[in-house]
Each structure stands twice: as structure tokens, then as C-alpha cells.
Design a binder for this molecule. Structure first.
Ligand code: URP
Ligand code: ZN
Ligand code: ZN
Length: 470
């Protein structure tokens, strides 16, 4: 099967050109102007952007958390991703206490198998490194294509690890070619603030944010950077929300240290005021770290523009408001932490970032596709538009208007963080390895089309076989 996408504005992280893109089988075989080649199907992309499929490096599908399980499984979560122009994601496989990584991975592969619409990889969320055997197993993960792991410096008594565990994981990563990701908040101090709040009778959703102040994100970010420096490990700080965390990441990067940071779509748009919405509506915005004072929105736009932060993810971690978030009606600590967003990232960042002049189109591609691909061992097979790369492509209509709403989304979540927001610019056609996933707002592919990707060790390219063209 071959497909010729004609006359679109082909946009990568580096450049932009009006060109034709020929897809043969699963890969891009030719890019050029006015190509005179026969193809099974030709698509006129005049006036449209041809973008690499976006990559979301941070999602939680079908994940038990907070006494319940995220409502989007692999099928609904990945369908939602596909409609939003995301063709690959890296999900968190959680190691249960006492579990081997092999056992955890078996569970996560079973969740995905047969239910996939886009390609995917797994990070391990390390919770337990109690013996040498586990450290040895950790060192062997990159050889299996698992080349990143996250450690939680918060969620005391649930997912939090101590500094010894964090540091030992960093040493293993440095020696074996993995990237260490941290959830950087000081969980011990948060735990004290939470107990004090509950003792005062402060149980409403807003206290989730008030007990997790930005200083505690800044402190943990600093700590992780310094520990990674001693261990010699590359470090990626997930879901950065505020100046207190951006500043140390920027300083580390200015020194040339191997430190990167990510923020998420919601942190540009939501603020601590959303957690104060009446009638328990604030629970929709309970995720960690929390939305901050709105002054941080400009800090984050500046950080992604200037490469202090290198990627934008969604941290898609959906719970129904009615039935799951309401578990915490009388106690904010029982509200499951997380929010939706897989479908909205490209549209929101394009509209408010690119159209409103905060970042360039190239930088958007870099933040949503190329940097995630490079950092997480998927590049150059994914994350760019190039000959030999997987034909994961988005034909994006920059003038298509939509109103974001829970009623129109493909996630199973019963709310949308951006409800009623009018955006201009949305995917028209989404391809995964040459297969049409979504066309004209219809799902074309069937579950099972997405494949597990064995990612390359940190800093290495993912091998692309030479193409045999017709
Ligand atoms: O609130 C959040 N972010 N839930 C998902 C787990 C995490 O910390 O990433
Ligand atoms: Zn986290
Ligand atoms: Zn997360």
C-alpha cells in the first residue's frame, strides 16, 4: 500500500517546506517537490501542515491509583490520543511492592495486548529496590527496550521512595544506559502539612494545593539534580509546574549537566483558583503537583520557548468526577490524583502557543514529538518527518475550528479540563506506520494496530533499517 501526501507544509523541529511525502508500506520513502510517482492513494494537503505524529512521554492508562483505577484503558486512552494527533506514548508500568520488574511488565503488556491503536513503550515506576537481585534486574531493563524509569519523591506510604533508593537507581541508570525520571515533590513535608490540614478540618479540594506548596517542588527538584550529578545519571524531571522548579533546571542546563524537564498542557492553563471551584468541581483539578498561581503560566511558556523545559506531556491519568473523584467528597486526601488531556495537547498548544505567538511551529513539533523521541530512545524512527522514518504523520488543518468538550471527546472521562474552549487548528488525518487511524473525525483503524516499541538506550538512536524501495 502506498500513499502520496501532496503539497502540504512539512514541518519538523528544524525546518518547514512545501513538499510531497510518499509513504510505502509502514515508512516514508521519499520527500520532494512535485513528485511524479504512482501511489495507491493521493491526498491533497494544500494549505495543511504535515507533522510528525506526536509522542506523549507521560501517561497512565488502566492504572490502579488512589484506591481506584484510571478510567481510560489502552483502547479508550489510545483512541483519544489518536484523535489528538498522538501516535506513540510511553506509559508507566508500576512495580508493586515486592514485585519483580518482569512481573510488573507482564501485567502491563497484558493490559495493552490486542487493545492498542497507537505505538507505545513502558517506563518502569520503581517502588521497591530492596535487594541486589532487583538492582541486577534493573540494570538489564535497557536490553529489553525499557530505557527509562520514574521514581516518586512524593505520595508517602504509596509510591514514594527514599533518597537511598533514588540514588541507587541513578547509579544503575548511569551504568546501564537509562534515563531517570523523578516526580519531584518533598513527600515527607507534604505529609506533615496534610495531617495538619486535616486536624484543622480543612478537607476541601483546595487544600490539596495548599498542602503541596511550590517550594516543596523546588526543593525536591534541586535534590534530584544534585543526586543525579553525583551518580552521573541523566535526569528528566516530570510535570514541572512553577518557577521554583524551572530555575534549578535552567541553571543545571546552563552548566551543561544532563538534566531535562517536562511540563504538561494543564499547567499553562489551570491555576490554584480552579481547585476552589464550588460544589466539589475543584476535585476535577486535583492532580500532583497541583496547578499553581497563574503567574506561573508565563514562566512555563518562557521555559518551553527557551529550552529550560524540553517537552510537553499530558500526564493523562483520568478518573471520573462522578464516582471516582467523589471518593474524596469529605476528605481531599481521598480524591484520586490525576486528570485527562491526551486528546487536547496538540490542539491547545497549537492554538495558544503557536497561533497566539508564544512559540514557533517548529518549537511545537520539537516539544510534542522530536524531543520526546530523542530523550526516550525513539528517534529517528519516530518524532520527525524523514525518509526511512515510520510513517506516523498528522495532516493538520490549521484553520479547523473545534470546541473542546467532554461530550465530544473519546476518553471515557466525564469531564474535560478545557470544557468550552474554542480552538482553531486540529488533525484531519492521522497515520500510524502508514495505516490510517483517524480521518475526518472518524476512527478508521481497529484495536490491535499499535505495537510495543523496544526503545534505544539513553542517548542512542533507535535503529532504522535501510529502505528497499520499489
Ligand atoms: O496527579 C497525578 N499526576 N497523577 C498521576 C501520577 C503522577 O504523579 O504522575
Ligand atoms: Zn508524578
Ligand atoms: Zn504522571
Amino acid at each position: 500500500m502506498s500513499l502520496l501526501i501532496k503539497g502540504g507544509r512539512v514541518v519538523t523541529a528544524a525546518d518547514e517546506t512545501v513538499a510531497d511525502v510518499l509513504v510505502e508500506g509502514e515508512r516514508i520513502s521519499l520527500i520532494g517537490t512535485n513528485l511524479e510517482v504512482a501511489a495507491d492513494r493521493t491526498i491533497d494537503a494544500t494549505g495543511k501542515y504535515v507533522l510528525p505524529g506526536c509522542i506523549d512521554p507521560h501517561t497512565h492508562l488502566d492504572m490502579p491509583f488512589g484506591g481506584t483505577t484510571t478510567v481510560d484503558d489502552f483502547e479508550s486512552g489510545q483512541t483519544s490520543a489518536a484523535f489528538g494527533g498522538t501516535t506513540c506514548h510511553v506509559d508507566f508500568c508500576i512495580q508493586g511492592q515486592g514485585q519483580t520488574f518482569a512481573e510488573a511488565l507482564e501485567t502491563w503488556h497484558a493490559k495493552a495486548n490486542g487493545n492498542t491503536l497507537i505505538d507505545y513503550g513502558f517506563h518502569i515506576a520503581i517502588t521497591d529496590l530492596r535487594d541486589e537481585e532487583r538492582l541486577t534486574e534493573l540494570a538489564a531493563l535497557p536490553a529489553q527496550g525499557i530505557t527509562s524509569y520514574k521514581l516518586f519523591m512524593a505520595y508517602k506510604n504509596v509510591l514514594q521512595v527514599d533518597d537511598e533508593t533514588l540514588f541507587r537507581a541513578m547509579e544503575v541508570a548511569a551504568a546501564s544506559g537509562a534515563l531517570v525520571m523523578v516526580h519531584a515533590e518533598n513527600g515527607d513535608a507534604i505529609d506533615v502539612l496534610v495531617r495538619e490540614a486535616l486536624a484543622r478540618g480543612d478537607t476541601a479540594p483546595i487544600h490539596h494545593a495548599l498542602t503541596r506548596p511550590p517550594e516543596l517542588e523546588g526543593e525536591a527538584t534541586n535534590r534530584a539534580i544534585q543526586l543525579a550529578r553525583i551518580a552521573g545519571a541523566p535526569l528528566y524531571v516530570v510535570h514541572v509546574t512553577c518557577r521554583e522548579a524551572v530555575d534549578p533546571i535552567r541553571r543545571a542546563r546552563e552548566q551543561g549537566w544532563d538534566v531535562w524537564g517536562e511540563t504538561c498542557t494543564q499547567y499553562f492553563f489551570k491555576s490554584i483558583d480552579d481547585l476552589a471551584r464550588p460544589n466539589f468541581e475543584g476535585a476535577k483539578y486535583v492532580y500532583s503537583p497541583p496547578a499553581r498561581d497563574a503567574a506561573n503560566h508565563a514562566v512555563l511558556w518562557d521555559a518551553v520557548r527557551t529550552d529550560a523545559l524540553s517537552a510537553i506531556s499530558t500526564d493523562h491519568c483520568t478518573f471520573l468526577w462522578d464516582g471516582q473523584k467523589t471518593l474524596g467528597k469529605d476528605d481531599f486526601t481521598k480524591i484520586p490524583n490525576g486528570g485527562p488531556g491526551l486528546e487536547d495537547r496538540l490542539k491547545m498548544i497549537h492554538h495558544f502557543g503557536v497561533r497566539e505567538g508564544r512559540i514557533s511551529l517548529n518549537r511545537m513539533v520539537d516539544l510534542l514529538a522530536t524531543q520526546p523521541a530523542k530523550l526516550f530512545g525513539l528517534y529517528p524512527r519516530k518524532g520527525t518527518v524523514a525518509v526511512g522514518a515510520d510513517a506516523d504523520l498528522v495532516v493538520f488543518d490549521p484553520e479547523k475550528r473545534q470546541t473542546l468538550s467532554a461530550s465530544a471527546q473519546h476518553s471515557k472521562c466525564d469531564y474535560n479540563l478545557y470544557e468550552g474552549t474554542e480552538i482553531t487548528g486540529a488533525p484531519e488525518l492521522v497515520l500510524l506506520r502508514g495505516n490510517v487511524l483517524v480521518e475526518d473525525d472518524e476512527l478508521v483503524a481497529a484495536p490491535g494496530v499499535g505495537q510495543f516499541v523496544r526503545r534505544a538506550p539513553f542517548g542512542r538512536p533507535l535503529a532504522v533499517e535501510p529502505m528497499v524501495t520499489s
